[in-house]
Design a binder for this molecule. Sequence first.
Ligand SMILES: [Zn+2]
Length: 313
Amino acid sequence: MNMRLCSVLLCVAGLSFAGQTKTFKIDGMEIIAMQDRETSMPNKIFHGAPPEEINEAVPSGKSPASINAFVVKTEKHRYLIDTGMGTDMLLQNLRNAGVKPEDIDVILITHMHADHIGGLLRDGKPAFPNATLHIAKEEFFYWRQANPNIKQIANAYLKQTELFTYGEDLPIVRAEQTDAQKTIGVMRKTKAARIIDMTDDTFQGRDASGHTPGHTVFESNKMIIIGDLVHSAALQFNDPNICAQFDMEMPKAVKSRRKFFDVAAETGKIVLGMHLPFPGIGYILKDEGDHYSFKPLDIKPEETIEKQNKNDN
Ligand SMILES: [Zn+2]
């Protein structure tokens, strides 16, 4: 576990512990943004640009940020994407949004830092008994070695975990399995009843490594979930070369950030970010030169739109 990350997040957090949820109905889907806590990211944790540039861009010394998780309701699935720092706030947020833990059938994990997997267990057991947990192979195997807590999660979810390869259609749906087959070790040997293409109901996990060895961006026909590509919206859209100190391999993190900023800008898909200021939903625009900007979704929660035009305003 990145303890430095935990302590920084805990130290700088504190503006709000209440948690909040916002529900958006967009293009036949429902997206519920859930805030674990509001936080801020101090200038000193960012590298890759001269300190003067960083201080000029964020004169207050702290970028507004958040710890977000999302529920995405499609026709066929109830996705939970990341789980925040702990079960209490997550379950309360879900309750507030009218979602029962047992309703969640797919969990997608962008990476295994504490502020993304903290809500998976309740009293040592899966908090989401009917969900299949999807994690990139690279991410899972790295952290299983690096952090004993991961073993606890792995054991609890042993019979309901799918370790995916980048580019696979998610959720992975398998034919009937025996109990013995429902383990991480043998699962990959059983034949999956595979979905053919990415649809409104499915995601694909994309290689966005750099922040962590198996950091994943999830993309569907309609949205791109960027995980921890951005820790400071105020700094990193304008200058994607800037990395937070939490990025384990900074040059790779920069490459991933640019790649998915481009994908998001070119496709105009809705972007969801785990540390973008709450509710963390909007569009990425390509600006002049080597710069990007983030345009938050400008509809009210509960307001239904068919298609938000990214070029509005
Ligand atoms: Zn994070």
